[in-house]
Design a protein around this ligand. Structure first.
Ligand code: SF4
Length: 249
């Protein structure tokens, strides 16, 4: 039985927000994108089998603390200034689960810091007006991460209904129409070449530049490897946490 990610997202949002505050479990400098101040939020609307933040996704209300938008922006800014980073992001789980909170964080960040929004695109695909709201912040860049290359892969990997596969594609459409900088990343480690090629064609129909998507690869953290083995998941490509490629099992 597949779940509705929008319903799960609404349910989860109620448990990880309190007024304008949202639960976070970590604030940290991260090496990604050449150095990024990172706030790791709690709560997600998918259940990806390859998720490295599995514990936080599944037990979100038990982790971390509530932070008002002002406090999140202040912590991100302090890390960025101390490390001389020019970029900040909210990561960890799904940042768009609490859009009013996220927009207020954006409004409180200094304009000279680029903001990278990493999202699975479910919320932004379902509600067009969020793209227009994000367009008010020219420092925002959105990385929409697709989980698999087909509706069937998406459903198997995330546990969600296959038709929700199309929401991240809609999100890209909405963002481009609103003039928000964005690109697509795709988890390709479970996809045969023909599925990757079909998705590439589909993305090119939205915008030719999207065909050149970022290939996201499975990282075999011990807990992820054990989960995949337990559930009988095969993959076509993967990397060790040390950065070395591993052959498929
Ligand atoms: S969307 Fe991201 S945070 Fe949510 S379950 Fe999937 S990998 Fe984990």
């Amino acid at each position: 039985m597949r779940f509705d990610p929008l319903a799960l997202g609404r349910h989860t949002a109620r448990r990880v927000t309190r007024g304008q505050a949202r639960r976070y479990y970590r604030f940290r400098p991260a090496r990604f994108y050449g150095g990024t101040a990172t706030a790791d939020c709690l709560g997600c609307n998918l259940r990806c089998v390859f998720c490295w933040a599995w514990q936080q996704v599944h037990h979100a209300p038990r982790w971390g603390h509530f932070y008002e938008p002002e406090a999140v922006a202040a912590r991100l800014t302090a890390i960025a200034r101390e490390r001389r980073f020019s970029q900040v992001r909210v990561s960890g789980n799904e940042p768009t689960l609490a859009m009013p909170h996220l927009l207020e964080v954006l409004g409180r960040l200094p304009g000279d810091l680029a903001f990278i929004l990493e999202t699975n695109g479910i919320v932004l695909g379902a509600e067009k007006t969020w793209a227009a709201e994000l367009a008010a912040f020219p420092q925002v860049f959105v990385r929409v991460s697709l989980k698999g290359c087909t509706p069937e892969e998406f459903a198997r990997l995330t546990g969600a209904r296959p038709e929700a596969f199309f929401l991240p594609l809609k999100a890209l459409e909405h963002l481009l129409a609103a003039g928000v900088d964005c690109h697509a990343a795709v988890m390709v480690s479970f996809s045969p070449p023909e599925a990757r090629a079909a998705l590439r064609r589909r993305l090119a129909e939205i915008h030719p530049a999207l065909a050149d998507f970022e290939a996201e690869e499975l990282i075999l953290y011990p807990a992820v490897a054990a989960r995949l083995a337990r559930r009988g998941f095969d993959y076509v490509s993967a990397w060790l946490p040390s950065g070395e490629p591993v052959p498929p099992p």
